[in-house]
Design a protein. Structure first.
Length: 89
């Protein structure tokens, strides 16, 4: 995500979560916002945490359940962030 946002800054506004864009029929932003990292350190930490947690949970749940979980959590976090940004900011 960090490399992509560094090389193509115009994609940041297309992929990131912004109420104006998302309510303007860019519903994919609810899932693609996790691909946008503006800091290399943040990208490295996020990647390491996902790898470590995935390595712990995947043997117990299996790959399909893990991917479902990640997808649902990503979408719910996007929706809650979107609602918070819309009504509080």
């Amino acid at each position: 995500g960090w490399l992509l946002s560094s090389l193509m800054p115009s994609l940041v506004s297309t992929l990131s979560l912004c109420p104006r864009n998302t309510f303007g029929l860019h519903l994919w932003n609810l899932v693609t916002y996790v691909l946008v990292e503006t800091s290399l350190i943040s990208a490295l930490i996020s990647g390491a945490l996902v790898a470590m947690m995935g390595r712990l949970v995947e043997p117990i749940w299996g790959p399909q359940e893990l991917m479902k979980f990640v997808g649902v959590i990503t979408a719910l976090t996007g929706v809650s962030t979107l609602v918070t940004d819309t009504f509080i900011c």
